[in-house]
Design a protein around this ligand. Structure first.
Ligand SMILES: [Zn+2]
Ligand SMILES: [Zn+2]
Length: 104
């Protein structure tokens, strides 16, 4: 599934988003807010939606829902959520192993 293909989403090319993104970066002094909480100063070049657009589309242009973030932290944000989907295939494998006919 390519649901993390941000560049393919026309929303990120809209003038409204480009302006909001710029405002968020200026508000956050172009610093990664996630790194900042960890006491590190890292330049942010990405603006992340704290509440995901998929569930809170009404907040997609709300500055308080936006956070400047560096690519490393941004990847983490999205990978952690994406991981929720991956164990499903692992569980299926485990079930298959437990259901080994040799055990019967
Ligand atoms: Zn960071
Ligand atoms: Zn994001």
């Amino acid at each position: 599934m390519k649901d993390n293909m941000k560049t393919a989403d026309p929303f990120y090319k809209s003038g409204a988003w480009v302006r909001c993104r710029e405002q968020a970066l200026i508000r956050d002094n172009y610093l990664c807010q996630s790194c900042l909480r960890a006491g590190k100063l890292t330049t942010a070049n990405t603006v992340h939606h704290i509440k995901p657009r998929r569930e809170y589309s009404e907040l997609e242009l709300t500055l308080s829902n936006l956070e400047s973030i560096c690519p490393t932290c941004h990847n983490k944000e999205h990978t952690e959520k994406g991981n929720n989907k991956r164990p499903v295939s692992k569980k299926i494998k485990l079930v298959e192993e437990k259901g080994n006919p040799e055990m019967i």
